[in-house]
Unconditional design. Structure first.
Length: 144
């Protein structure tokens, strides 16, 4: 992967896997997420990174990408994310599977693009955005 190429790699991955991809902060992501109509089992991946290049001898020699990747879903085959669901229902219906999938996405991106993951923690963002979808957010650092 080229330096500064992480967003391209994530976008290409999402395109290949049929995942809606949104890049940017929460306010921007909210507007874009709400502009789409999602079907059962459609997934949304949102990413936002700060990039820290290291320049030695006039050349970029390494990069650190710090940020968040969130994988979300509004509908499954039988339920819709709603304010009425209890957190344990959300976990059983979508958050556990989304956590597993997001961990796999991060591992695949890391392997395919020769990135090291040096920091990783997950949190659940319930009823996120006006869309009212549930997300698993990974706070992470990639090093290139």
């Amino acid at each position: 992967m080229d330096f500064f190429g992480l967003v391209d790699a994530i976008r290409d991955y999402c395109t290949a896997e049929g995942i809606y991809f949104i890049y940017g902060n929460d306010a921007y992501s909210n507007a874009l997420a709400d502009s789409n109509t999602y079907a059962e089992n459609d997934r949304i991946l949102i990413a936002d990174f700060t990039v820290n290049p290291v320049i030695t001898g006039g050349q970029v020699v390494s990069m650190t990408y710090q940020g968040i990747m969130s994988l979300g879903q509004k509908f499954e085959d039988t339920t819709v994310s709603s304010l009425e669901e209890k957190p344990i229902q959300k976990y059983d219906r979508r958050l556990k599977d989304l956590s597993t999938e997001l961990a796999g996405i991060i591992a695949e991106l890391s392997c395919d693009n020769e990135l090291d993951v040096t920091n990783l923690s997950f949190r659940f963002d319930l009823n996120k955005f006006d869309l009212n979808a549930d997300f698993v957010a990974a706070i992470l650092t990639f090093e290139q």
